[in-house]
Design a protein around this ligand. Sequence first.
Ligand code: WTA
Length: 628
Amino acid sequence: MSEEHDIKIEGKIIYPDPSFKENTRMGDYEAAYNEFQRNPEASWEKIANELEWIQRWDKVCEWQHPYARWFVNAKLNITQNCLDRHIHNGKKNKVAIIWVGDGGEERVLTYRQLYREVMRFANGLKSLGVKKGDTVCIYMPLVPEQIIVALACARIGVIHSIVFAGFGTQALNSRIRDCNAKIVVTADATIRRGKRVELKAIVDEAVVNAPSVEKIVVLRRMKPLMELYSEIEIDYNEVLKDVPECEAEIMEAEDPLFILYTSGTTGPAKGIVHACGGYMVGAYYTTLNVFDLRDNDVFWCTADPGWITGHTYIIYGPLLAGGTILITESTPDYPDPGVWWNIIDDFDVTIFYTAPTAIRMFMRMGEEWPKRYDLSSLRILGSVGEPLNPEAFEWYYRVIGKERCPIVDTWWQTETGMHMITTLAGQPMKPGFVGKPLPGVVADVVDKNGESVPSGKGGFLVIKEPWPSMMRTVHNNDERYRQYWNTIGKYYTAGDLAVKDDDGYIMILGRSDDVIIVAGHNIGSAEVESALVSNGAVAEAAVIGKPDLLKGEIIKAFVILREGYSPCDKLKSELIYHVRMSLGPIAMPSEIEFVDSLPKTRSGKIMRRVLRAKELGMDPGDVSTLED
Ligand code: WTA
């Protein structure tokens, strides 16, 4: 993808029912945006005032490029806002979590029940010897305990680092080591498409060479109970303490709340650090306003808490807002492609937030599946993770939303912590465009010198001012953090290419770096390359993303073999399996091509851009730095 070219952007405009504009919380977008522009600090303060703080701030924001402190000197505990506040304000028996299993089993937890479970686990964690500032790694399936453990960590000031359970041994090991986790909380297995998928076995391998790990807590879901061998292993239920209260640790607004790893262009995954106070305000603000969350909504975000979408819009945002969330361990096409529509029908889901790759899969399965169910409870539809192409937008709008529900396509990142750009319910929708920056977000499309580019010209997406839920650093790599704010002028560089139209609507064109987005999940080319090179047959590898109708992108690897190995299909499958075992199924290359050389710069860097252009039959752009 190259920038600074003319880009064809005319398209359709869909005008929503005007009642949305009148009735949503945000009301008039322009007015709200301008109010924020005029007085950002007072605007953020107004939102923060709706939450409970142990001690108020001296100052809303202290900005010393590239470092921000938000709600300076304030004290809080986010779980008091997610739990205690609702228990004491009439929501004690309101449903917090509805869980649906792979086989249709159900569990429901009210705020009272969730509170009690969090307290029991928090007390248990304490008895295992962890304390404020320590890190706990969570590697669990999508069950209520995954959320309970995260909240229990936050309760006692322990930093959680959730790793998506689709990652393999090597990916888990490098994350545990980077964040120095003292405890790993896992489960025996997850159930996918009726089959048991082992998780504990992966943890067993991942903790070898991870000396920080003192205990492994295992949620044993399956019968017969999995045996626990070593003395560092302990059953989840044994950790629980029957003490109904656990005092909330008093946290500084700037204390870290969690570390979440995201893939980068070079080197290992980056541990994105989010801070308690600002993250809380950002998650709360966007959940309320982008989804227009109301008291009787049933909010279903189909992500996993192993990704930022799950952190902000399964765990923290909806619970801060006192909402009811639905989560499921089920896959969208098992036992048939109607399961998810059945869930919406059955539970009267009102807000449905999913990824373009899922929508495209449903399109392929055919309209007859959703048509079998009553989807009239739906009010708002959302999308996240990768560009929502106009065809998928129109299908989602027509077949699922029955041309009644606005679609909020939300652009944001692990690093931003909260939604940044979207089209709020009630605003005219332009399929293919995410929309405009939220009130409080100053976004632009610029050239490499930081100058705004005219509408219709491609450029780099940047954020010009700090916002409360911005990441605070990259764990163990503050230099990498500073790069985000020092690459293009003094702006935050998102790494995405974009284009604006005359109305200020932004279209996301794709990444400007070598991060590959497969089915909405970020995969770092460097991580896949190093997994390949760790196989004895491989001398060198380069990995690119290749457009795919269903997944957005798939991974293609170019591999140079070592002396003594010859290219064959068996070796291809072996290498794919090798990556699967080390990084997990989501990072598996779909294609491997054996080559004799790779395009490199004189300084030895692989020019993936050139490989990609060649693969797609495009112009490779500037190749003056190419070695030969
Ligand atoms: C991409 C996910 C187009 C983008 C919340 C971004 C999107 C990266 C959208 C962040 C969207 C996310 N339209 N592209 N609505 N949302 N992206 O950190 O390239 O997993 O930089 O956060 O996903 O991925 P991350």
